[in-house]
Design a binder for this molecule. Sequence first.
Ligand SMILES: *Cc1c(COP(=O)(O)O)cnc(C)c1O
Length: 497
Amino acid sequence: MSKEVLYSSTRGDKGCIKASQAILRGLAPDGGLYVPDHIPHLEKTLGEISGLSYQETAYEVMKLLLTDYTEEELKYCISHAYDSKFDTEEIAPLSEAGGAYFLELYHGATIAFKDMALSILPYLMTTAAKKNSIQNEIVILTATSGDTGKAALAGFAEVPGTRIIVFYPKHGVSPIQEQQMVTQKGQNTCVIGIEGNFDDAQTGVKKIFTDPELAKYMDSKGFQFSSANSINIGRLVPQIVYYVYSYGKLLKEGRIAEGDPINVVVPTGNFGNILAAYYAGKMGVPIAKFICASNSNKVLFDFFKTGEYDRNREFVLTSSPSMDILISSNLERLIYHIAGDSSETDAKYMKELADNGKYEITPAMREQLKNFYGGYATEEETYKTIADLFNNASYLIDTHTSVAAAVYNKYKEETGDKTVTVIASTASPYKFTRSVMNALSKGDDNKDDFALADELCALSGVAIPDAVTSIRNAEIRHKTVVEKTEMESAVKSFLGI
Ligand SMILES: *Cc1c(COP(=O)(O)O)cnc(C)c1O
């Protein structure tokens, strides 16, 4: 048995809570994010892991970080999450194309990588509620740049003891993303558009979370908040699994020898996915370079280049909307770690970010980011990379994955690095059909996204996922749009309090 892992806020004192409690709370009361007090090393060798299924790998990873869950509880959560909701038994297949390995994380119910964690979060959450004798109904508050919302809705719909409220930027998601959300069924679900961007949605949600008066009022009415965003540690831990799994797969297929380093490239927005890769590295996966790929909202590229994080810039709407973010919440966890697990330092930077929109880390902290490489891709580069891969390698990718692939191409050119590389493939091309068709010069403004999906299918031979066909003629159930200042009253109105 390894030592219990406890969680504390990135901003507060070391008052430690158990994993299940951190998952229930989502965000710490001081506005910080929960972080583990240590990161355990994998118990099995990488060779042993290469023989495991996705579910078995999930257990090996999650038991080490969610230490207050019993074996029976974790295995129950895992087997119910990673089942036939995924359209492949492998759960996260690895496809070689164009000189890299694409780790396809979009085979779940809502065809984006958010399903990897949000398929299991409801099970982890309801198990946590039971373990901690919670009587209140849990209200999941979620800000989405397009994909988290639907994945969270699908996961929490009709889950007893929970309600879920999703805020999305009314003018900042793809038509398919919006249709997926507004057609969501389930009495406990609520979807609200806001007149603002993702950062507004996320800031509003964090504000609601950290209002102590509101928390008291909610409690008196039998409710408490939690989060399905990657600020919740229950989102991050399941995301570590697929990096461990992909290393095992490469090993099993003889692409690498045990212990060989690999690089990972992650199309990044809120910094959750790449932080999971960083944790996988700490747990013993030999990852040489963490390549952080941004779109034109390249605040992270600038940060890795200069050490200064500066959100004071124009917010750009791109063809990779799930990465249209200027405040990458999970970077806070990395900042905390590279400051030597210092909540004092972290709190100071986060205050500067809130007050002035920027902060600059010390040279000693920058020194610890040597394994990170920041890159970005323009819209033109993103489109070109989709077309090149399709035309030269018959492999179809979405716009987000293309940002990563484009950045990887630039990285290779710049460094000549030949290390075996895994690119996180974060969405099905059918989630962003119009942009993908535009990239292939087959766009048509007179056709809707579903008609374009039919054409993309004919062109590529890649089947249209159920997630798209099933919403084509579905009833629109959610029509509310509010100003960003009205989020709290919208929450109260849905809860009837
Ligand atoms: C959420 C999302 C991202 C960004 O992931 P982060 O964990 O927020 O960095 C990238 N691509 C797609 C398709 C997404 O849905």
